[in-house]
Design a protein around this ligand. Structure first.
Ligand SMILES: Cc1cc2nc3c(=O)[nH]c(=O)nc-3n(C[C@H](O)[C@H](O)[C@H](O)COP(=O)(O)OP(=O)(O)OC[C@H]3O[C@@H](n4cnc5c(N)ncnc54)[C@H](O)[C@@H]3O)c2cc1C
Length: 167
């Protein structure tokens, strides 16, 4: 499906939506569904994060694992990533990143959808508008306003691609 596709980086589709739509028979949009409609029904809420990276030159192995989650209410961060454990790497020193929960504001990045009743009901209204869009298909965690792990989002993307190919 993506064979011979032209890829444009650092390009906001929403800035020239009509132009990009005119280039393709089918458009798959993976940005915020509320943003697509100019937030006209209101803004969906998200949980954001602040990432704080630490370079530990004197520590070779900080936690023995790529990821450790902290689910208690007293720890201010929710997980620590120790990057070197994602690959076999026994270099000296280590780099860790702590993830601190943040409120989602205009200046922060939308990470985790807040799937409570209020937001789900707003999403359903945007979804009804999305269903009426011709040749634009909403996908991914922002387009569907749902948290997906990597394996699940791959499954979702492949199933949408198959469906569109068969149409
Ligand atoms: C903080 C965080 C931690 C996570 N940790 C894990 C984990 O440990 N394990 C795991 O399995 N999964 C994890 N996930 C989930 C995983 O990252 C997602 O499942 C996956 O990235 C979702 O893919 P996607 O294509 O839906 O969205 P994204 O990866 O967000 O891709 C959407 C793309 O659309 C582009 N886009 C949006 N709007 C526009 C626009 N207007 N114009 C042009 N382009 C646009 C974006 O730039 C982006 O490239 C995590 C997610 C988050 C947010």
């Amino acid at each position: 499906m993506l064979e011979k596709s032209e890829i444009k980086l650092n390009t906001d589709y929403l800035e020239k939506k009509e132009y990009y739509n005119s280039l393709a028979d089918k458009v798959i949009y993976t940005g915020g569904i509320d943003e697509y409609f100019g937030f006209k029904l209101g803004k969906l809420e998200y949980r954001s994060l602040e990432f704080k990276m630490e370079i530990l030159e004197e520590v070779d192995n900080y936690q023995g694992n790529a990821v450790i989650n902290y689910t208690d209410s007293k720890t201010p961060y929710t997980r620590i990533i120790e990057h070197k454990h994602f690959e076999a790497n026994d270099c000296k020193g280590t780099i860790i990143t702590k993830e601190y929960p943040q409120a989602y504001t205009n200046n922060s990045i939308a990470y985790y959808p807040i799937n409570d009743d209020k937001n789900n009901s707003l999403y359903e209204k945007y979804h009804a508008l999305a269903e009426k869009e011709e040749n634009v298909y909403f996908g991914g965690r922002l387009g569907l306003y749902k948290y997906y792990d990597m394996d699940k989002i791959m499954e979702q993307a492949l199933s949408l691609a198959k469906k569109l190919e068969e149409e």
